[in-house]
Design a protein around this ligand. Structure first.
Ligand code: NAP
Length: 252
């Protein structure tokens, strides 16, 4: 399959593990060069870089906290120095405090909002300053908790709702500059992130049982939708959130 992505250059934030890793490798499968952002796990990110290069694409390792504007500026300076341009930005990195409302404080809330929502702003601003080889695509990774109530998920759910709203606002403002911005929202995916859920087993069991498609969403399912949104086949899709949940959210 030729998705006409060969030779494009992408940054995937939080690409050392889980869904970000699957997105980075899927882009590399289509010969996209990938800058891998990570924060703590250099070894895992180095492994992803090796896998990208084995697919015949270039890899660039970028350590940095996406919620820190200076880190983001440094990451983009490194991209400019190495590639002098960027065509695709995937804002995937996320974190957050999972607690009942009664235990959540404003520090938890702001910390979660900064990483999961606010970080999109400096990432996109820096992205716009780099040259591109054609139309540019931005994809943000969201979750069903943006629009549904999930136990312990108040801060993360609010941050994902803010993220999806930012996607719409940025998409409307930046479309005239040839930038398409969308989000992919996923149902439950078994990654390291789930280890932090106090109710992990119940969540996985319920997701599996209630999903019409009969199985959990995989990192590859999410990556497939992200890759599609990065292609010119999606050229008239702007400001949307595409759900990848096996039909979970269509049930009453
Ligand atoms: N898992 C799910 O059920 C699920 C469902 C829907 C949506 N999502 C979304 O999918 C995306 C990826 O989730 P995941 O499950 O793959 O998560 P994960 O396995 O916990 O991986 C998180 C990734 O983000 C990076 N990261 C965390 N904080 C960062 C920061 N401040 N700056 C830069 N990088 C940071 C981590 O880097 P290090 O390895 O260096 O720490 C890691 O690469 C997130 O946006 C998440 O909300 C997940």
């Amino acid at each position: 399959m030729d998705l006409k992505l060969r030779g494009k250059r992408a940054l995937v934030t939080g690409a050392s593990r889980g869904i970000g890793r699957a997105i980075a490798l899927s882009l590399a499968d289509f010969k996209v060069d990938v800058a891998i952002n990570f924060f703590r796990n250099r070894q895992a990110a180095e492994e992803v870089a090796r896998e990208i290069e084995a697919r015949g694409a270039r890899a660039l390792l970028l350590k940095g906290n996406v919620a820190n504007e200076e880190h983001v500026a440094r990451m983009f300076a490194d991209i400019r120095a190495a590639w002098n341009g960027l065509d695709i930005l995937v804002s995937n990195a996320a974190s957050g405090v999972l607690k009942p409302v009664t235990e959540l404080n404003l520090h938890h809330f702001h910390w979660t909002m900064d990483i999961n929502a606010a970080a999109l702003l400096p990432l996109v601003q820096q992205f716009l300053r780099l040259p591109a080889r054609g139309p540019r695509a931005v994809v943000a990774v969201s979750s069903l908790g943006a629009v549904r109530a999930i136990p312990n998920y108040t801060a993360v759910g609010a941050s994902k709702a803010a993220l999806e709203s930012m996607v719409r606002h940025l998409a409307a403002e930046l479309a005239p500059q040839g930038v398409r911005i969308n989000a992919v929202s996923a149902g439950t995916v078994e990654t390291d992130a789930l280890k932090h859920f106090p109710n992990r087993e119940a969540l996985v069991e319920e997701s599996q049982r209630r999903t019409p498609a009969g199985r959990l969403v995989t990192p590859q399912d999410v990556a497939n939708a992200v890759v599609f949104l990065c292609t010119d086949f999606a050229s008239m899709i702007h400001g949307q959130t595409i759900l990848v949940d096996g039909g979970y959210s269509i049930l009453a």
